[in-house]
Design a protein around this ligand. Structure first.
Ligand SMILES: Nc1ncnc2c1ncn2[C@@H]1O[C@H](COP(=O)(O)OP(=O)(O)OP(=O)(O)O)[C@@H](O)[C@H]1O
Ligand SMILES: [Mg+2]
Length: 217
């Protein structure tokens, strides 16, 4: 399968006054099309830092991220934002849904152009069809996370970056989200990077990277 994203010798050092935290050190990684990859590591091991850099939300201290053959740090902030919106989908532990918008409005919010059919398809795949007119506060945690996942997919991103997406869910909803990820990989050929500290989830992934104190082991 084609390589979709390459992480090349990424290091990140946070500097606060005269305190330095080496959050990431010399990370190399390649993600292929159509795979579900987990990054496993303890709290503080650098997982969220890595995801933020992969998504172009945070500048590395050293190294590069190549998406579809192009360095994402090469672009200006404006171009990077547009790229992010189109090519990369983000899912976080907190769902960040807009409370005054319905399920279908939340999903369609970041959509570039209009494609009602795709909104309907996502509602169906994520089993939210009968909740489309509901508001976020009328949904369970698992349902809210599925809305957030649908929203992340609305512009057909090549890659979805998910930071502890099941962190607030019970084991049944967690399994449901993992099943949905698998369907997305198979049905749309999406690449999903899942960050977790839950070893159980990695069993449902194609590959696992282990992060320890900012290094891959
Ligand atoms: N803005 C920041 N300034 C200084 N240090 C930071 C900053 N953000 C993160 N760190 C430090 O970098 C290290 C990696 O943090 P990161 O958030 O990437 O860990 P994580 O693996 O996502 O942890 P968790 O599982 O708790 O979410 C930690 O030691 C953290 O304290
Ligand atoms: Mg984190």
């Amino acid at each position: 399968m084609k390589t979709i994203m390459e992480i090349k010798n990424i290091s990140k050092t946070y500097k606060n006054g005269n305190v330095e935290v080496k959050a990431l050190q010399h990370i190399d990684m390649a993600l292929k099309q159509r795979e579900l990859v987990a990054v496993l590591g303890r709290s503080g091991s650098g997982k969220s830092t890595l995801l933020s850099i992969m998504g172009g939300l945070l500048d590395p201290s050293e190294g590069d991220v190549v998406l579809n053959g192009k360095s994402i740090f090469f672009y200006s902030e404006n171009v990077r934002t547009a790229l992010r919106r189109k090519e990369i989908g983000f899912v976080f532990q907190a769902y960040h849904l807009i409370p005054v918008l319905t399920v279908e409005e939340n999903i369609a919010l970041p959509q570039i152009g209009e494609d009602k059919q795709y909104v309907n398809e996502l509602l169906k795949v994520l089993e939210l069809n009968d909740r489309r007119k509901h508001f976020p506060n009328e949904l369970s945690g698992g349902q809210q996370q599925r809305v957030a996942i649908a929203r992340a997919l609305i512009n057909h991103p090549k890659i979805v970056l998910a930071d502890e997406p099941t962190g607030n869910l019970d084991s049944r909803s967690e399994k449901n989200v993992m099943d949905v990820f698998r369907i997305l990989v198979e049905k749309y050929g999406t690449t999903i990077l899942l960050i977790t500290h839950n070893e159980n989830l990695t069993k449902m992934c194609d590959r696992v990277f282990y992060l320890e104190d900012g290094r891959l082991i």
